[in-house]
Design a protein around this ligand. Structure first.
Ligand SMILES: [Zn+2]
Length: 346
């Protein structure tokens, strides 16, 4: 392993939760069923019916459901519904397979709809003007607000703090390949440190070793047995409440309440009288963590993840969107910020 590093000359950069798009790449699209040839005066009525019969998913909130026809002047085209997943003989057949669409859109407005065709719409809301223009060439969309948690630029003070601990992680990685140091930023002190031990156990990566040590430290610092018993009781009550809701029936309201019960889990923090695992701590690594380790850091509630070197093959934080950029996966219950130093070698 190369053992030279100079992070002094480098500035840490935030890795946004969403991977930048290749400017030349085609925008992803979703196929829709579209009614065409609608006289302008009838557009709002068809639009209202389509909205009621087949609302588009929230992920397509940027899509405008009507546009002026480029082919026939004075007419419009309306998105009737999202195309069905399976193969359909025709767009009309696809639309008719949905009873509400057939009755409330196609039959009700049969006199004003000239034809029913498939058309693609941009699958993602554009966050900048250039992408918006490209998207609108496919189908009209609105410009969406940039995703929360945009790239954060660390202050000079933060950059120095990042650099100091990342250098230590690089030093620590010289023998094993990777090193993870968990740090309390409020006190600038090391909480736990782990190096890659996968030679002795295949899952014992540096992050896992560090998180394991931090957990052991927690247990040693807060040994109270009654806290554990209170925790078990709280979990038991939560389960009873969840089961009761499930028996009571489904539906949005029940689902919402079920979620509320589940989020009460954070109340366990209060019972335990201390933060949950690594809440509020930062972790510094020589190399970008793999998917297992990045997920371990989510579970441990780390606040920031800083590493020196990107791992283009196994890394889980600097790749394209999805599990290769785990901090951008919205469905996860915790999100940390990610920074790297762009160092080629350590
Ligand atoms: Zn790993």
């Amino acid at each position: 392993m190369p053992a030279r590093t100079s992070l002094d000359a480098r500035a840490p950069r935030g890795i946004p939760a969403k991977a930048p798009r290749d400017a030349d790449a085609a925008l992803p699209t979703r196929r829709c069923v579209v009614a065409t040839g609608i006289p302008a005066r009838a557009t709002s009525a068809v639009l209202a019916s389509a909205r009621a019969a087949a609302p588009l998913p929230a992920s397509l909130a940027h899509v405008k459901r009507a546009r002026a026809s480029a082919r026939t002047k004075g007419t419009t085209e309306v998105v009737v519904k999202l195309a069905s997943e399976g193969a359909s003989a025709s767009a009309r057949g696809d639309a008719e397979s949905d009873a509400a669409v057939r009755a409330d859109v196609l039959e009700r407005h049969a006199d004003v709809i000239a034809s029913v065709v498939y058309a693609d719409v941009p699958a993602e809301g554009p966050e900048d003007r250039e992408t918006w223009e490209k998207a609108c060439a496919i189908w009209p969309v609105s410009l969406t607000a940039p995703a929360e948690r945009e790239t954060e630029t660390p202050s000079d003070e933060e950059a120095a703090y990042f650099r100091k601990w990342t250098k230590q992680a690089c030093e620590g990685a010289k023998m094993s390949g990777n090193c993870a140091i968990i740090v309390d930023p409020a006190r600038d002190v090391e909480i736990a440190r782990g190096v890659d031990e996968s030679a002795t156990h295949p899952l014992r990566h540096a992050v896992i070793a560090a998180v394991d040590l931090a957990a052991k430290r927690d247990v040693a610092m807060y040994p109270e047995k009654e806290h554990v018993e209170a925790l078990i009781e709280a979990r038991r009550m939560e389960k009873l409440e969840r089961d009761a809701l499930e028996i009571a029936g489904v539906g949005d309201d029940a689902k919402k309440r079920k979620r509320e019960v589940q989020t009460k889990g954070s109340a366990m923090t209060e019972i335990m009288g201390r933060p949950y695992l690594c809440t509020g701590y930062d972790v510094f690594l020589a190399r970008e963590p793999c998917i297992m380790c990045a997920m371990g850091l989510v579970h441990s509630r780390l606040k920031r993840v800083v590493f020196a070197v990107c791992d283009n093959i196994n890394g889980a934080l600097s790749g394209p969107s999805g599990i290769r950029r785990l901090h951008g996966v919205r469905s996860l219950n915790h999100h940390y910020s990610v920074f790297s130093f762009d160092a080629e070698e350590i």
